[in-house]
Structures are given as C-alpha cells and as structure tokens.
Write a protein that binds this ligand. Sequence first.
Ligand SMILES: *Cc1c(COP(=O)(O)O)cnc(C)c1O
Length: 340
Amino acid sequence: MAVNIDWSSLGFGYIKTPYRFVARYKDGKWSEGEIVTDDKIVISECAGVLQYAQTAFEGLKAYTTADGKTVTFRPDLNAERMAQSAARLEMPILPDGMFMRAVEQVVAANREYVPPYGSGATLYLRPYMFGSSPVIGVKPAEEYEFRLFATPVGPYFKGGVKPITIRVCDFDRAAPHGTGHIKAGLNYAMSLHAIVDAHRQGYDENMYLDAATRTYIEETGGANFLFVTKDGKVVTPKSDSILPSITRRSLCYVAEKYLGLTVEHRPVKLSELDNFAECGLCGTAAVISPVGKIVDHGKEICLPSGMDSMGEITQKLYDALTGIQMGSIKAPDGWLYEIK
Ligand SMILES: *Cc1c(COP(=O)(O)O)cnc(C)c1O
C-alpha cells in the first residue's frame, strides 16, 4: 500500500486522512452527501453547536479480517444509535441508508489507511452531526451538518494487557431522565474535569454511580462495565442513563450463545462489588479492558483476577469476540459488514 505508516507504533490520536463525507441539512431536507477532501469546517460564530453544544457522534472501526476483507462491525447499530441521539437533541434524522453510505464511501476512499490484518491497528471512523446555523435564543438550529471522517489508530493494548485501577467518582455523569443514554458531546464535556482529576490522583478511570441514589453502578466516562461473579455468571449494569454499548451487547450475546454462560442485565449495587471475581470495561476501542482494582474512598476492592492479566472469563470473552471480528470464528449473521 502506498501510505507509509508504522501501524504497530500508532497511538490513539488524530491523523488526517484524505477523504471525508459531508451532508448538509437546510430548508427541512438533507443534501445528497458527498466525499470531500477539505478537513476544515466553516460555520457561523453563533452556530448551535458552538453556543449550546447541539452535537452527537458515533465511533466504529474498519479493519482487515484474516481472509483479507475490509469490514466494519455492526455499523447498523451505530446508525440506529445516531438516530436516537439526534432525536433526543432535536436534530434531524439522517435519510435511510445515508449513514451506511458514508461509512462505505469514506472507508473505500481511504482504503490504503485500513491497517493490514494482524497489525492490531484499525481505521477508526467518527460520524457526527451538529447544529451549524446561528442560534442565540435557546432553540434547535435550523441547519445541520453530518460528517464522517477516518483516522488510523494503533493497537489498544500496546506492550500487553495491564489491568487498570479505577475510583468511585464523586461527580455524576448522567441524570435520571437526562442524556446519559445518547452519545452526546455534552456528556463528554462534563466528564473532562472528573477524568483529569482522577488521573491527577493516580486512577485510570472513573466509576460513575446513579445520580439519584449513588448506590448503583452505571459506567465510566466512555465504557460500560461487565462483571463476572465468583461462580462464573456475567453481569452487566442496567440503567436508563447508561449508553448502550454495542461492544457490551455483543459480548453478552457471545457469552450466552458461544460460551454457554449465564448473563444477567440488571441494576448492580456498588455494595455487590465484593461478590465479583472479574471486571472489565467494554467499548469499541479496547473491546474489553480489564479492571484490577476499584477504590471507593479509600476502601480498596481488589478483583481476585488480579493486576497482572485479564480474568479467565474476560479473556475468553475477549478472544471470542475478537475472533468473530477478525473472521477466525463464524460471526452471527449481519455482524460483519464488508466494504467492497
Ligand atoms: C461510546 C460509549 C461506550 C461504548 O460503546 P461502544 O458502542 O461499545 O463503542 C460506552 N459508554 C459511553 C458513555 C460511550 O460514549
């Protein structure tokens, strides 16, 4: 391939690729949408996104399977979630098929930036939508842009898997009946102080609790929890203010259908932590990232799976889902979407 990138040394940072997709919403309708080369956006200083954070995004990746195909993983679920985010933020829904067309066209146009099989690297895709027309009185914008760009990212677990330490956070991420269940930029803006503070105190991530009672486990700033009980059951927290992770949903399916495990999706109390043997964080970037220790205001909860490697069941789940993604294990129908 023509691009000269050392895939194994790539981190998770923005690298500009040549092509992106843009569609514009104006006078009540979406433009056709097209691939463009310009990475700069010109909008009003008073755009809805700049003044009142009217924006939502998605994240997925394109990669090369064992048999040399370029695929994305369950992009239909990203399209569906984008529509839910848009609806909640009073943004227009994309026309049928536009999200998938944007994925296809951007990956095809930037094909030489799709890392080869075995490199561990992927081409990260970032679809997003924002209010582009001026808004000063608080209301939805009248004009919007939907965009999708691609940026190559390196292997998540560089230099091996290392379980992380997280803290129970005193800040809240999402209110009951708020916007925690959609992928809104605003959920991330307000998590920045909490994560910078966590890092300053020596923690890798924040565990957010339910804002109403602070007794139930929700998620971290950007990943869902998955626990394994001491008797081998998979448990994932349920709450209307958790973002429905596609990775978590896929792992639960794999746990049940491929590994024959019992899966419970239910509210999980903070006080239950002592019953768990393993804990992982689920998201597109890492698939599962193991947690070794959770610190609740000085009280340390050390997962029996330890700080040296992934827990046994976490590892099985990781191997099964990455095997499905990479084509070495047969995927359920519709999970791998080939970019021709
Ligand atoms: C994106 C995101 C996740 C992970 O979702 P995936 O679909 O698995 O990538 C989890 N929590 C939050 C808050 C997110 O924004």
